[in-house]
Design a protein around this ligand. Sequence first.
Ligand SMILES: Nc1ncnc2c1ncn2[C@@H]1O[C@H](COP(=O)(O)OP(=O)(O)O)[C@@H](O)[C@H]1O
Ligand SMILES: [Mg+2]
Length: 153
Amino acid sequence: MRKLNYTSQSVQESAQRIGSIIHDLKHFSRYGLSNVKPVALNHIVETALRLTHNNVKRLQLQLSLHPQLPAIKGDELQLQLLLINLIQNACLAMDKIHPLLTIETRIEEGRVYLKVIDNSSGMQPHIQARIREPFFTTRREQGGTWAWAFDHQ
Ligand SMILES: Nc1ncnc2c1ncn2[C@@H]1O[C@H](COP(=O)(O)OP(=O)(O)O)[C@@H](O)[C@H]1O
Ligand SMILES: [Mg+2]
């Protein structure tokens, strides 16, 4: 009976999450090419976490969102994709028994900061040196992050 309750609760949670994801995707399907406007960064973090839930649920998440964060000027979709990529990268890099992902928004000296930190071993210097190269990846054979993300759903 307890198992049944648990199952129906998780089905309900999954249904709610799917509803939110459909809402997020509909929102982006109405989106123009470039769209710079005031953006709520905390909202971006919450949406990105919903869309990466299947990978993030495998690790410990430490979330620290500043409650009075002012809006920043930016392209919401670009920021969303950037954050999803950072989260997926962190999930893929995890090589510790207790993987930890920390996401933080804060204000410092009038600037808004977003930090995404993982406790994996990080990048070798030769990889770090190439990180700003467009299309650089060490996951070519796996087809890149996106293929990986869909594979693991
Ligand atoms: N958090 C991370 N920890 C360790 N290595 C990382 C991390 N993020 C990115 N990398 C390395 O940087 C490369 C480039 O990342 P990215 O530009 O997101 O492309 P992709 O994820 O498709 O490979 C990755 O292939 C990986 O080797
Ligand atoms: Mg990536």
